[in-house]
Design a protein around this ligand. Sequence first.
Ligand code: 3PG
Length: 400
Amino acid sequence: IDELLTEGVAGRRVFVRADLNVPLDGTTITDDGRIRAVLPTVAKLAEAGARVVVASHLGRPKGAPDPAFSLAPAAARLGELLGADVAFATDTVGDSARAAVEGLTDGQVAVLENLRFNAGETSKDDAERGAFADRLAELADVYVGDGFGAVHRKHASVYDLPARLPHYAGYLIATEVGVLKKLTTDVKRPYAVVLGGAKVSDKLGVIDHLLEKADRILIGGGMVFTFLAAQGHEVGASLLQEDQIPVVKEYIERAKERGVEFVLPVDVLVAGEFPDMKTKAPAHPATVAADAIPAGQMGLDIGPESRKLYASKLTDTATVFWNGPMGVFEHPDYAEGTRAVAQALIDSPAFTVVGGGDSAAAVRILGFDENAFGHISTGGGASLEYLEGKTLPGLAALEG
Ligand code: 3PG
């Protein structure tokens, strides 16, 4: 946006597509990282006298207003962080939005209600998305894309709106792309990747790509059990994607051929049931060998030997990318695996990138200093798809 600032923005209505999709407990924001991440762009535009219209999605409402997904808490937090009054429109393209934008004076900021309260935002139909983008375009003179976490979505505010207005990339997108580009072009080796999260099916594309790029891939989270099953082990009542076993087998083979090391846990924490996430009552997990999970028991975190193993595999690296928690870290009995990986990244001399809403939130929720990491990405799916080498609609639109 430096080019835009040089042109001058005073008095112009600037639409900032942010990603304010923050985790909420009721109306309390449990991690405001994504709001802080867009501050430099919003503050700079406001300072330069723009009339700033901030818009975002939150969660996955069904194309209609739903108070559980209101952006009001995020708007209030943005105001606190900016140290300024921020107007909040209770709709996105209706009377309230128009009034909020008309009411802005130079240097003021308004936040629109959740874009996904309109079916046009996420529609697969180009005309329906386009019609919504037309209405958004009436609210602004210029578009600044800075919602990195949503650039992999072909949505009206991400993809269609920039085609209707002069468009620029904000500071967050520029930083994110700068860092991730390094991982895809001139990565320093050894390059280790830690992948966690529940479903292997969400990570297939990135694993496929990383088999060509990484030297070592450490697996954690619910995905572990599909890998263990692919090696012929019983996984009890653990999360298992049976239909993915053949493709995981193929990856294990390909990794061997290419000299890429797959690291799987040697032990896991198990219990007979999923912990109570509301009361967080003690879960009393047992530690068992990863190849001997008893029937009826489910794995919920990597075990103590695995923590040591994973830490040792991360210390002699030059670059580490980490996406996805190692276990159900929101419960204190299953947080140690994720904590150990975060600590290993901090202790490692490597350039470390934490990608993904969940792992970024985990780092902060577990109390780590985010400045101790090389870069914490605000994008989950977006950073993975970038690493896969896909064309991301929100980035392509800003280049066009
Ligand atoms: C995210 O949380 O990864 C982004 O905000 C995108 O959200 P979505 O997966 O609901 O599109």
